[in-house]
Write a protein that binds this ligand. Structure first.
Ligand SMILES: *Cc1c(COP(=O)(O)O)cnc(C)c1O
Length: 434
């Protein structure tokens, strides 16, 4: 499989180059030249398959020319060391629980797969590879956990000051070794911007090998397709007559939604998607008006989706050939206020005895508003509620004990690098480290 850049100014490149560079040299995002379609017969048998089996078939269809099948099988098996249960909540509504991985958020799937693909290619490289990731909360922990102690790889985690929950931050500042936290005196958009500036700095890239572990790296996006297939398979297993399936995705940078849309292009019969935004609703506004207007993000309860300039938008635009009407036929967008998110958490807990985290609650509510008679809805539960212990206590009154994952912090708080939100400051740290 070859990949092309959404900006159209770079030559098409191999999987290896895509994985090892992250962003295309012209500043665009990579997309596969084509999405191979999975044969119909697969969908008849998938009800009996495990998440690893399904992931392997999809991965092999996409990447089989590039990575030998035994190795791909192993990468997939090492990625899915946890289950992804589809829970029936009530009537025609199901929750796909993506938070049973080591850092309790769906980002474990993409990060674990990417880490294994990078180490597959880094074996034949000389020198170290430097992985840069900007996090709004959950990517940092997932990427750090996926790469911790991987030889030859350094990870730099850029995170905004004051935004992350205690557990989110602990998951990457506690590790030490090859994981380097960098606190940015700004918001997530600043982190994302300076990371992008680093990738576009040719001088820097000539001096060190740099790649991205954000969803701009196509190998974080590809594995996220697997669980759409698996969730659909599990739905059929539980309910063989089901049809007209709608999937609601709590959206920030739109990586997860891009993966769902890709799965649909590859033949997964999802009727439509629901994009659930918090008040940072640049994408929902685009669906409503046809104009894409990034703006400063504001803080909300669903903080991992506080994104003012969603990076994967250009991929979605490209996948729909810049056709706004066609996109709107497949995706309905909703904006939820903090009040609505909190009310949903309280109501679903008291009525259905199911605890939603703020992100899952955003998707649940959007799905509820969108579902029609005869349809079946799946919403993605992207993080375990315990990751947001303070919010959960304040909104629902439910207490979570100190996280079991807590390990002694190996980096003294004073050792964390703190920088102003500028490219120059980041560049200095990166170059000093090598
Ligand atoms: C990152 C994140 C999201 C948003 O996913 P995108 O792929 O950026 O749209 C939603 N929920 C949680 C818990 C997250 O960590």
């Amino acid at each position: 499989m070859k990949f092309y850049s959404t900006n159209g100014q770079s030559r098409n490149v191999s999987l290896e180059e895509v994985v090892m560079t992250g962003l295309a040299p012209d500043g665009g995002l990579f997309l596969p030249e084509r999405f191979p379609v999975i044969p119909r017969a697969f969908f008849n048998n998938m009800g009996e398959m495990t998440v690893r089996d399904i992931a392997y078939v999809v991965a092999n269809t996409m990447l089989g020319e590039d990575i030998d099948s035994a190795e791909l099988r192993e990468i997939v098996n090492d990625t899915f060391t946890f289950d992804i249960p589809l829970r029936h909540i009530h009537d025609n509504v199901y929750s796909l629980e993506l938070y049973h991985g080591p850092t309790l958020a769906f980002k474990d799937v993409g990060a674990r797969f990417l880490a294994r693909i990078i180490s597959h290619y880094s074996k034949k490289m000389t020198g170290e590879i430097n992985v840069l990731v900007a996090t709004s909360g959950d990517s940092g922990g997932a990427v750090a956990s996926g790469f911790h102690k991987v030889p030859g790889v350094n990870v730099y985690v850029l995170y905004p000051e004051r935004v992350l929950s205690a557990m989110q931050k602990h998951q990457f500042v506690s590790l030490g070794d090859n994981i380097h936290p960098i606190e940015v005196l700004g918001n997530f958009d600043d982190c994302q911007r300076i990371a992008k500036e680093a990738f576009n700095d040719l001088d820097l890239r000539a001096r060190m090998h740099l790649t991205s572990a954000n969803s701009i790296n196509v190998c974080r996006m590809i594995p996220q397709m697997f669980y759409y297939f698996y969730g659909y398979a599990d739905l059929l297993r539980q309910n063989p007559d089901v049809h007209d399936v709608v999937v609601a995705v709590p959206s920030g940078n739109l990586g997860n939604l891009t993966a769902g849309l890709s799965a649909k292009i590859m033949g997964l019969p999802i009727k439509r998607f629901v994009a659930a935004n918090n008040r940072n609703d640049v994408f929902t506004q685009y669906l409503a008006t046809g104009s894409f207007t990034p703006r400063q993000s504001v803080r909300t309860l669903a903080c991992a989706m506080d994104v003012g300039n969603p990076s994967n938008f250009s991929r979605i635009l490209e996948m729909y050939h810049h056709d706004h009407t066609a996109m709107c036929a497949d995706i309905n967008g909703y904006t939820l206020t903090d009040r609505e998110i909190a009310d949903t958490m309280v109501d679903v807990h008291s009525i259905h005895n199911y605890l939603l985290d703020p992100h899952g609650a955003t998707a649940y509510k959007a799905l509820e508003m969108d579902l029609r008679d005869g349809e079946t809805g799946i919403f993605l539960e992207t993080a375990h509620p315990s990751k947001f212990a303070k919010t959960m206590r304040e909104v629902t009154g439910v207490e979570f004990p100190e996280p079991k994952t807590a390990t002694p912090q190996r980096i003294h708080p004073n050792e964390i690098q703190r920088i102003s939100p500028s490219h120059a400051a980041l560049k200095k740290i990166l170059l000093n480290a090598t």
